[in-house]
Design a protein around this ligand. Structure first.
Ligand code: FEO
Length: 171
């Protein structure tokens, strides 16, 4: 059993991670529609990582005797005005997720829930990487995507991202 406040926040995080997956699939769909296959690939891999995050929170709750309550996932707003907008939205979204993870950590700390703090350590580090990746995409876009040739080359680079299962495994 976990502290009820911590359990509630962990449950909400399952929804937030699935929303993240939904959001990034929407971005992948947008880029696919624009024939930017590399950008599509990058966001499709990101979508898979977010699904994995949701499943890790699910498993952690189950392993600790907690119920998992699935709630409605909001639809992404979409309607991107240019190729850069999903990149900036992705960074803003990761900053939102970081704040959310931090608030669970803070609740776990307050409730002396050291097990959950240890579980969340992986996500604290992961969020640092996710924010950096999102920032790198924006920087590269600003540096290289000012003309069609640069955009083509950046798209090719983003094709190389490959999905890997998370290093955190819960049995
Ligand atoms: Fe699951 Fe992008 O944070």
């Amino acid at each position: 059993m976990l502290n009820p406040e911590v359990s509630k926040l962990l449950n909400e995080q399952v929804n937030k991670e699935f929303y993240s997956a939904y959001l990034y699939m929407d971005m992948a769909n947008y880029y696919a529609d624009q024939s930017l296959d590399g950008f599509e690939n990058w966001f499709f891999v990101q979508m898979q990582e977010e699904r994995d995050h949701a499943l890790l929170f699910r498993k952690y709750l189950l392993n600790n005797g907690e119920q998992v309550t699935l709630t409605e996932i909001a639809g992404p707003e979409g309607g991107y005005k240019d190729f850069k907008e999903p990149l900036t939205q992705a960074l803003e979204h990761e900053q939102f997720v970081t704040a959310s993870i931090n608030s669970i950590y803070e609740a776990a700390y307050r409730n002396k829930d050291f097990r959950t703090m240890q579980f969340l350590d992986w996500f604290i580090k992961e969020q640092g990487e996710e924010e950096k990746n999102a920032e790198d995409n924006i920087k590269k876009f600003e540096l290289f995507a000012g003309d069609p040739k640069g955009l083509y080359m950046l798209d090719n680079e983003l094709k190389s991202r490959v999905y890997a299962a998370p290093s955190l495994v819960l049995d």
